[in-house]
Design a protein around this ligand. Structure first.
Ligand SMILES: [Zn+2]
Length: 210
């Protein structure tokens, strides 16, 4: 599902989240953080950006399906929506017009520590650090220990600048990640403050990219 907020130029910023949840976990699996949190924030970002329009850049708000793999990530399992959209933009000749693809995933954890995967564009990492610094929340943003296969990857392969805003440390203690893809991924693990922090930083970042 795509929404477009027209801008004054043909430059484009893509804001994306997957809205599917992992299948086959349990009947009562909620997926509150993965990916209720980022889907919710995307709706709010769309509302705010529409209110501020027109910006210099156009905004594409992308709700991606099929991020989660059914058995194991591979060419035909997982990242379906992002692969499709990246290809669409690329084939329409739009890849060079893309200023940034900002993927949001698992951003609602009460204990918010955004750890950016190493396979993000350096320029956008600097931009998000600067925006976080401006808002006084820089300590909650860092670079993680490795790369992550997420929805930003197909866009990166298609030559677009990407960033994956993710807190992939979601559990009862550091390093356990035991709320991820389990029935513990419930709304009580999230906080409005975390959603607000990420939303504010992303808005500041896209403002700075104008
Ligand atoms: Zn997931």
């Amino acid at each position: 599902m795509l929404a477009r907020i027209p801008g004054k130029t043909d430059r484009l910023i893509v804001l994306a989240s997957h809205f599917d949840t992992k299948s086959g976990i349990a009947k009562n699996f909620q997926g509150a953080n993965d990916s209720g949190s980022s889907s919710g924030i995307l709706l709010e970002l769309a509302r705010v950006l529409k209110h501020r329009a027109p910006s210099e850049t156009e905004f594409m708000i992308a709700f991606l399906d099929g991020e989660e793999c059914r058995t194991e990530y591979g060419p035909h399992d997982g990242l379906h929506g992002s692969r499709h959209l990246a290809q669409q933009i690329y084939e329409a000749g739009g890849a060079t017009k893309v200023e940034a693809v900002i993927v949001l995933d698992m951003i609602g954890d009460k204990d918010l520590n955004i750890s950016l995967p190493q396979n993000c564009s350096r320029k956008l990492v600097k931009e998000i650090f600067y925006a976080a610094h401006e808002l006084g929340v820089r300590p909650q943003f860092s670079i993680g220990p490795g790369s992550i296969l997420d929805d930003h990857v197909p866009f990166q392969i298609a030559g677009m600048p990407v960033i994956d805003v993710i807190d992939f440390n979601y559990g009862s203690a550091p390093g356990l990640n035991d709320y991820w893809h389990t029935t513990n991924d419930t709304i009580d693990k999230l906080s409005v403050k975390s959603l607000q922090t990420v939303g504010d930083v992303v808005l500041k970042m896209v403002e700075n990219l104008q």
